[in-house]
Design a protein around this ligand. Structure first.
Ligand SMILES: *Cc1c(COP(=O)(O)O)cnc(C)c1O
Length: 418
């Protein structure tokens, strides 16, 4: 797609900005649990959005990786439209004709046996916590009520009460207690600390192979492999939360593959729904997911026909390997540019894997939020995380030309203090 567009931030002459009114209307009537940038998107295609004032912006956030295939990918929209005309919801009280294919294809993509579909990422995490506990009691032989799960500091696994119980972010927890017990937190990237935290009551280790929300933090080389070895030896399930890192983002189907690690359980979400519908899943072995009996866990919408149809198309697209390859190739370019910017003193530090980066900006820029607002004025959508980090997660369908253009805008913004 061409980058020769109406300059962002410059409303066409004679057109009054509708954005201010729309932002105020949203703020007046919605809970303030988000602080969105002042842009009101009306349509989008591929890596580009168009707002209600007709300005176009390059999307370098991609719905926190839910839009790995870009906005409105023709294959995904076609799959959704076809399914809309057939059947959208049955509930799990009955079978439907997309369900078996979805489970078979997803299990196969993961190299695993069984799938439990849910809707949101947090639900997949909740499901894994319940399954790991039951597995601990039924299979491992942990005393009733004693099961413990080890997690990493700096994690982000969602927003439910149990999930924030093991968050280390005060903002995610304050005022939401009492919390669910049974979790032990260790530093991320320290395999010795993790091993020391395991007890006979530990049923699982729950980790993001790359911590996304924390700022795209990649653990030291060898960490995941050691965690895999330790958990296997101690009969502890390794649960990989690949909700953000999985499905092509890092240049592989799963981030765990970078260390040839196969976890016991994959948690998937975000991109699994193709940016069209929420779809999440817990993927594991018959031994692990087999601990559940009818009536013990479920979801009205989990595994619905529309979700299965879209996810099946997502899986088919991932089968070709082309998106993973794009993420790897464009990722090499992304990190090379960010290293150049670091060497030039524009960026404090950058990290990441594949088409995914955390960029730390200096205090003189007035924080990540200020950088994101200045990027918006130049026609690029990005979002800050943890104060001074900008997370870059372009759709994997972005052209190299558009990626370079977006990075040029970042260099431009960082070349001048706020
Ligand atoms: C986004 C995210 C979740 C939560 O997903 P929701 O769909 O927002 O509930 C869980 N884990 C990770 C790693 C995530 O990035």
């Amino acid at each position: 797609m061409s980058v020769a567009v109406t300059p962002a931030g410059a409303a066409s002459p004679g057109v009054t900005s509708a954005t201010g009114d729309a932002v105020r209307a949203a703020e007046a009537r919605s809970a303030r649990n988000y602080h969105p940038l002042p842009v009101v998107i009306a349509s989008a295609e591929g890596a580009w959005t168009t707002d209600i004032d007709g300005r176009r912006h390059l999307d370098l956030l991609a719905g926190y990786s839910a839009l790995n295939f870009g906005h409105g990918h023709p294959r995904l929209i076609a799959a959704a439209k076809t399914q809309l005309d057939r059947v959208t919801l049955t509930s799990r009280a009955f079978h439907h004709d997309r369900f078996a294919d979805f489970c078979t294809e997803l299990a196969d993509l993961c190299g695993m046996e069984t799938v439990l579909p849910m809707n949101t990422g947090a639900e997949a995490v909740e499901t894994a916590v319940k399954v790991a506990r039951k597995w601990g009691y039924r299979v491992k032989g942990v005393a009733p009520g004693a099961a413990r799960i080890v997690v990493a500091a700096g994690n982000f696994h969602g927003r439910t009460t149990t999930v924030v119980s093991f968050s280390s972010d005060p903002g995610a927890r304050d005022g939401f207690g009492p919390f669910t017990p049974g979790f032990d937190t260790v530093p991320f990237g320290d395999a010795d600390a993790l091993e020391a935290a395991l007890t006979d009551d530990t049923v699982a280790v729950l980790l993001e192979p790359v911590q996304g929300e924390a700022g795209v933090c990649v653990p030291p080389a060898g960490y995941l492999a050691r965690v895999r070895e330790t958990t296997a030896r101690r009969n502890v399930l390794l649960i990989a939360d690949e909700i953000q890192s999985g499905l092509g983002r890092t240049g592989r189907t799963f981030a765990c593959e970078h260390e040839q690690v196969t976890p016991d359980v994959y948690l998937l979400g975000k991109a699994l729904g193709g940016g069209v519908v929420p779809v999440s899943a817990v993927v594991s072995s018959r031994e692990v997911l087999g601990v559940l009996r009818p009536g013990q866990h479920g979801s009205t919408f989990g595994g619905n026909p529309l979700a299965c149809a879209v996810a099946l198309e997502v899986i088919a697209m991932l089968r070709t390997g082309e998106f993973q390859q794009r993420a790897a190739e464009l990722g090499t370019r992304l990190h090379a540019r960010l290293h150049e910017m670091t060497a030039a003193g524009l960026v404090e530090a950058s990290r990441g894997r594949g088409l995914w980066a955390g960029v730390d900006v200096a205090d003189r820029h007035g924080g990540g939020g200020a950088v994101a607002r200045r990027m918006l004025e130049r026609g690029v959508l990005v979002k800050d995380t943890h104060g001074s980090t900008i997370r870059l997660a372009p759709p994997l369908v972005i052209t190299e030309q558009d990626l370079e253009w977006g990075l040029d805008r970042l260099a431009e913004v960082l070349a001048r203090p706020a």
